[in-house]
Design a protein around this ligand. Structure first.
Ligand code: CUA
Length: 337
C-alpha cells in the first residue's frame, strides 16, 4: 500500500501539465507575439526536441547493455563489449553533427532577429536602475522628448529602436513574448529593437540578478494602434496639468514640502529630482514600484506611507504624513494623467 509521501512525486508529475496550463498567460517566450520572438520560439522548440531525442537515445543505449549483462553475468568467458567504431560514431561523430546543426540554427536565428526589416521611426532609451526602468523617448527636437518609468508604449506592427544602458549595476532587459534579452551594462549602451505584431500588454522582466529586489523589476510594454499610441505620446509629452481644486492644490504643496521633491520630477512644477521615477503622468501607469503592486489610490497611499512593506530595500522611504495631507497628496497625484 503506497503511503502519501511515496505517491506525491507521481502526483506532482501528473499535475505538471495542469500547472503549465495555468502559467499559459505568463510571459512565456513560447507564446511569441512578434516575428523575432517567433524565430526564437522555433529555435527553442528545436532545441527541446533535439535534447529530448538525445536523452532518449542515450537512455536506451544505457539500458540495453545493462539488460544483456544481467543475462550473461554468470559466464566468465564473456568479455565486456568493445566496439571502437560504435564509440567513434556515437561518441564523437553524432554529437559533432548535432552541435554543428544547433550552432548553424542559432546563427540563423541571431541573424533573423538582429535588425528590423525597416528602419525604426521611434527610439527609446531604457536605463536600468535598482530596481526600476527609466524610459526616455528620444525625438529629433528636444520638445518632443519625455521621460517615464516602467512602462513602454509602442505602435503595433512597427519596429522600435532601443538604447539600453544601466545607471548602477548590470541588469538585463527582457520582454519574452517580443524579443530576446539585451543586457544593461554600466558604462555601455547596447542597441536593440522590439516589435509587437498583436495589440496587447506584454510583461517584461529584469533577467540579470541585480540585488534583493531583482524579482520586482518588471515593466509593461503596451502595444497599441498608431492613433492611440500617438495620443499617448501627446499626453506624456505635456507637462503635468495645473491643480484646479483646493484639495489638489494643497496636495501639490504637500508634495513640494515633503521629501518627494528631492527624488522625483513632475514636469511643469519645480519638482526636479532625478533619483526616482518621473511622476508627471503617474496616474496613467499600470503599476507602482516597477510591477510591485497595481496602481490604485489605495496602493498609492500604502506605497507612500510604507513602500518598504511592498519592496524592502528600495530607495523609496516611508513618508510620514497626517491624514489630511495624505488625502490632499493622493488627490493631486490622481490628477497627474
Ligand atoms: Cu535589475 Cu535584475
Amino acid at each position: 500500500m503506497p503511503t502519501d509521501s511515496s505517491r506525491s512525486p507521481l502526483a506532482a508529475a501528473l499535475l505538471l501539465p495542469l500547472v503549465a496550463a495555468a502559467c499559459a498567460h505568463a510571459p512565456s517566450p513560447m507564446l511569441p507575439a512578434s516575428e523575432p520572438a517567433a524565430h526564437l520560439a522555433t529555435l527553442g522548440w528545436w532545441l527541446i526536441g533535439v535534447a529530448t531525442l538525445v536523452f532518449l537515445v542515450v537512455l536506451f543505449m544505457l539500458l540495453v547493455p545493462l539488460r544483456e549483462r544481467r543475462h550473461t553475468i554468470d559466464r566468465a568467458d564473456v568479455a565486456p563489449p568493445h566496439n571502437e567504431r560504435l564509440i567513434l560514431i556515437a561518441g564523437a561523430l553524432v554529437p559533432a553533427i548535432i552541435l554543428i546543426g544547433v550552432y548553424i540554427g542559432t546563427l540563423q536565428t541571431l541573424n533573423a532577429t538582429a535588425t528590423p526589416a525597416v528602419r525604426p521611426k521611434y527610439m527609446i532609451e531604457v536605463t536600468g536602475h535598482q530596481w526600476w526602468w527609466e524610459i526616455h523617448y528620444v525625438s529629433a527636437d528636444s520638445s518632443g522628448e519625455f521621460t517615464t518609468a516602467n512602462e513602454i508604449h509602442i505602435p503595433v506592427g512597427e519596429p522600435v529602436a532601443l538604447r539600453v544602458a544601466s545607471g548602477d549595476v548590470a541588469h538585463s532587459f527582457w520582454v519574452p513574448q517580443l524579443q530576446g534579452k539585451i543586457d544593461a551594462i554600466p558604462g555601455q549602451t547596447n542597441s536593440f529593437w522590439i516589435r509587437a505584431d498583436k495589440v496587447g500588454t506584454y510583461r517584461g522582466e529584469c533577467a540579470e540578478y541585480c540585488g534583493t529586489q531583482h524579482a520586482h523589476m518588471a515593466m509593461a510594454v503596451v502595444a497599441e494602434p498608431m492613433d492611440k499610441f500617438q495620443e499617448w505620446m501627446r499626453t506624456q509629452r505635456a507637462p503635468a496639468p495645473e491643480p484646479t481644486d483646493s484639495l489638489s492644490t494643497r496636495g501639490l504643496a504637500v508634495f513640494k514640502s515633503a521629501p518627494c521633491v528631492l527624488c522625483h520630477t513632475i514636469r511643469g512644477t519645480d519638482a526636479g529630482g532625478r533619483m526616482g521615477p518621473d511622476l508627471t503622468h503617474i496616474a496613467t501607469r499600470l503599476t507602482l514600484g516597477a510591477g510591485a503592486v497595481d496602481n490604485t489610490p489605495g496602493t498609492m497611499a500604502g506605497w507612500i506611507a510604507n513602500a518598504q512593506a511592498f519592496k524592502p530595500g528600495s530607495d523609496m522611504p516611508q513618508i510620514q504624513l497626517d491624514g489630511k495631507s495624505m488625502s490632499a497628496l493622493l488627490a493631486y497625484l490622481e490628477t497627474l494623467r
